[in-house]
Design a protein. Structure first.
Length: 250
């Protein structure tokens, strides 16, 4: 095959057969129906027709592949939309779960702190109720004792002794009144204005000779009674501020 071109034998045979059909009687007689060899001759198509058939088939296959690819892209697009919608739903669900967990934890903590404060307030209220009841009862007794003093019935020769006894009763009443009001102020946490109003009644000026009979212990008790409500009020306010700060309310 050196120095020669390569030809397909089938193409050569098809070309020769085509030439024979086209030439007809010029070269060889054309076979008739009576000739068995001529009746068995297979029609041969031109090479150009053969190539066009393959090209059309290939074009049809390409079109089918393009249509399949487009259908696959459409399916993937819908799948992407479904996945994005599912993602949004899952993110919304996760956000709601986080809000639920945070809200539940926050409310449990706040309710627990409030319950502790309310229990303390309830206990203080019970103690205050008991204190008010006992103080009212004591004040009622002292009022009766003071009202029972009848200076017009004192004998002339015992006025000094009766007067001394009456002053002792009044001093004791004042001390009891101081103690009672100090306890109430400490329990209720009232401001200094209420305390100062009570002091104006308690330490009212009396006769000059009575101050001379008061000793050091008496004035120490008076000073303690005056300072106790103020100190108790300050302590309660400080504890209340610490409680609010620890609970995060301020």
């Amino acid at each position: 095959m050196a120095n020669t071109d390569f030809f397909d034998d089938d193409l050569i045979k098809q070309r020769d057969a085509t030439k024979k059909i086209r030439l007809g009687s010029s070269d060889e007689p054309v076979g008739t129906l009576s000739d068995p060899s001529a009746s068995d001759e297979v029609p041969v198509r031109p090479v150009s027709d053969f190539n066009l058939t393959r090209m059309a088939k290939h074009k049809h296959e390409v079109n089918e592949q393009v249509a399949t690819a487009m259908q696959e892209l459409e399916r993937l697009r819908k799948r992407q939309e479904d996945l994005e919608r599912e993602k949004r739903d899952l993110e919304d669900l996760r956000r709601k779960q986080q809000d639920y967990d945070a809200g539940k934890r926050e409310m449990i903590e706040r309710l627990s702190q409030s319950l502790v404060i309310l229990e303390k307030d309830e206990l203080q209220a019970e103690r205050l109720t008991e204190l008010l009841a006992s103080t009212r009862k004591r004040f009622k007794t002292m009022q009766s004792d003071i009202e029972s003093l009848r200076e017009d019935t004192w004998p002339e020769d015992q006025i000094r002794d009766e007067l001394s006894k009456a002053l002792v009763i009044l001093d004791d009443a004042r001390l009891e009144f101081n103690k009672g009001m100090a306890k109430i102020d400490a329990a209720t946490g009232e401001n200094q204005q209420t305390t100062s109003q009570s002091k104006a009644v308690i330490f009212e000026e009396r006769h000059g000779h009575d101050e001379e009979t008061r000793d050091f212990m008496y004035w120490m008790k008076v000073g303690l009674a005056v300072s106790t409500p103020l100190m108790a009020t300050l302590v309660i306010l400080f504890l209340f501020f610490v409680l609010l700060h620890s609970s995060g309310m301020i």
